[in-house]
Design a protein around this ligand. Structure first.
Ligand code: ACO
Length: 205
């Protein structure tokens, strides 16, 4: 089964490196607008997504390596409608309790910790050094940015972004498609579709 990454940005490079650390070869990057001055990234070919039909869904597994949560969702839905399916990438240094469930398409970066009975949805990003303690619920298309710390029983709903270094006390919920800005300290639940930040974090938009 060949592995393909959709996207060829810095985020895609990190995922490529995780797979390389796991001895899993990336067959190619695909991008809507590949760089004009180079056909390869770290010796892996970059193809335009107009060439997608050359790839057999039965012989391929994909990761959508796009950092923006709503763009990632749109691309996942487009690929899924063509019959493509998804794999995960988990860095070997991640400390993940054996009961933790991780959905298809999700990536888990280096030095993360995910504790017992947490559930991570599909196409989520658990970025470098993030800590997700016990019994957390992380929904589809969420991005937990580097160095975030979530206490136990935290729930992050679909599509939300926790900016770099966000900290969240136990049993708090962040609604759907909300952004908690860099360095936020979340001490009470946040509604859906807002931008919150600060210490303590408050909804601003
Ligand atoms: C590997 C990786 O790179 S993963 C990348 C992960 N991404 C992140 O962590 C980015 C998180 N994004 C942020 O924190 C952003 O600042 C956001 C989304 C909260 C706000 O972005 P914008 O809407 O563009 O806000 P903007 O930059 O215009 O700032 C508006 C005001 O809010 C303030 N502000 C913005 N973000 C924050 C923050 N996190 N904490 C405190 N104040 C903030 C700004 O200083 C500014 O204040 P001013 O009006 O007094 O000058």
């Amino acid at each position: 089964m060949r592995i393909y990454l959709y996207g060829c940005s810095g985020h895609a490079k990190v995922i490529f490196d995780i797979l390389r650390c796991c001895n899993r070869e990336v067959a190619a990057f695909f991008d809507d607008a590949p760089p004009e001055n180079s056909s390869h990234l770290h010796d892996v070919p970059i193809f335009n997504t107009s060439q997608l039909s050359n790839i057999d869904p039965l012989q391929s597994r994909w990761i959508v390596a796009i950092g923006n949560n709503s763009d990632r969702k749109n691309i996942v839905q487009n690929l899924a409608s063509k019959g493509y399916t998804f794999t995960t990438a988990v860095h070997p240094s991640a400390q993940i309790a054996k009961e933790v469930k991780i959905g298809a398409g999700t990536v888990v970066m280096a030095n993360t910790v995910i504790n017992i009975d947490s559930v991570i949805g599909q196409h989520a990003i658990i970025n470098t050094g993030a800590i997700i303690d016990h019994d957390c619920q992380i929904s589809d298309y969420v991005h937990i940015a580097p160095s975030c710390s979530l206490c136990g029983n935290v729930c992050i709903k679909e599509g939300s972004l926790l900016g770099v270094g966000t900290k969240i006390i136990p049993s708090v919920e962040v609604g759907r498609w909300t952004i908690c800005g860099a360095g936020s300290v979340v001490v009470k639940s946040m509604p859906s579709h807002c931008v919150a930040y600060g210490v303590p974090a408050t909804p601003r938009k």
